[in-house]
Design a binder for this molecule. Structure first.
Ligand code: 13P
Length: 344
């Protein structure tokens, strides 16, 4: 393991003005997203859509530091035969790969899951590195509800994340450590705050036990938000302030950067809240985005599977990437949503 190289990659992933594109939807998830725009989920359609994103030069070159891929995509070639990984590299972005095998029911813990994929992981990581990946992602899912999360789900998922992260670093790959506390349900923002704090403290304890080098990783957490069905919603400033407070309490300053998931927040909400955090400032890590839905919803709708819509989809993606890039600097304002969109 070359820690200086891991730190170099982790730092590049969270470079100011840039963030990560999460394009690692599993077969089931991409089929759901395509169904919403009336597109059949065939291998060719998935390739065409992702090629469109990766060839969006302005977004990729100026605002995307890296792309998280799914196993199928890291092996795919563009229409002209160029591997998609090469197209990402040519845009100056770093290819990464989702390596977990999904969240499965956790025995004796109804409503909770454990993320699987550790068996054989060392060999899979070595192959992904050969294919061009320089970082990985593993997502643990924590659900809030009546009587949950249990300590079993939190500690089992933290343990799996730590074993995954250590294997990644051993193989020369930067782990994105993603413990996602879901925003499904009617819980309050304070409940999200309390659960996220327990989850992050447990995860960092497990990372320490597994001897993971914090300088060579990126944390991908949820923001502190109320449940989507909670009667009392919160302001962007409140969310930003609470999120920073929990992170300061839980995340050592050796971690180079924190890249948030969007988790079902609306596009502009996810941008506004990231921007609000960076406007507050005063923390030791770079705060950026690793958005899936909040970056891709607009281009997916614009594309809708039609070749004649490729330019409109590229423009929609570039716009969201630019807005989020500005939010990493605390330089976004709501009026840019319309003025910059008109300019392009
Ligand atoms: P969302 O931004 O859509 O939550 O996706 C990010 C991600 O990679 C979840 O694992």
């Amino acid at each position: 393991m070359d820690l200086a190289e891991l730190n170099r990659v982790a730092t590049a992933m969270v470079a100011p003005g840039k963030g990560l594109l999460a394009a690692d939807e599993s077969g089931g998830t991409i089929a759901k997203r395509f169904a919403a725009i009336d597109v059949e989920s065939t291998e060719t359609n998935r390739r065409d859509y992702r090629e469109l994103l990766f060839r969006s030069t302005k977004a990729m070159h100026d605002h995307i530091s890296g792309v998280i891929l799914f196993d199928e995509t890291i092996r795919q070639k563009a229409v002209d035969g160029t591997p998609l990984v090469k197209i990402i590299e040519q845009a100056g972005a770093i290819p990464g790969i989702k390596v977990d095998k999904g969240a499965k029911s956790l025995a004796f813990c109804p409503g909770e899951t454990i993320t699987e994929g550790l068996d054989g992981l060392r060999e899979r990581l070595a192959e992904y590195r050969e294919l061009g990946a320089r970082f990985c992602k593993w997502r643990a899912v924590i659900n809030i509800g009546s009587g949950i999360p249990t300590y079993d789900s939190i500690s089992s998922n933290a343990h799996a994340l730590a074993r995954y992260a250590a294997l990644c670093q051993e193989q020369g790959l930067v782990p994105i450590v993603e413990p996602e506390v879901l925003m499904d349900g009617d819980h309050t923002i304070d409940r999200c705050d309390e659960v996220t704090e327990l989850v992050l403290k447990t995860v960092f304890q497990a990372l320490f036990t597994a001897r993971v080098k914090l300088e060579g990783m990126v944390l991908k957490p949820n923001m502190i938000v109320p449940g989507a069905k909670c009667a009392t919603q919160a302001s962007d400033e409140d969310i930003a302030e609470k999120t920073i407070r929990v992170l300061k309490d839980c995340v050592p300053s050796a971690v180079p950067g924190i890249a948030f998931l969007s988790g079902g927040q609306a596009d502009v909400e996810a941008t506004a809240r990231l921007d609000a955090m960076n406007k507050i400032g005063g923390f030791p890590w770079h705060l950026t985005f690793s958005y899936g839905r909040a970056l891709q919803h607009a281009p997916q709708v614009a594309w809708s599977g039609k070749p004649e819509n490729v330019a409109a989809a590229e423009a929609a993606f570039s716009h969201r990437a630019e807005m989020n890039g500005l939010a990493t600097l605390g330089k976004w304002t709501p009026d840019m949503e319309s003025t910059i969109a008109q300019r392009s």
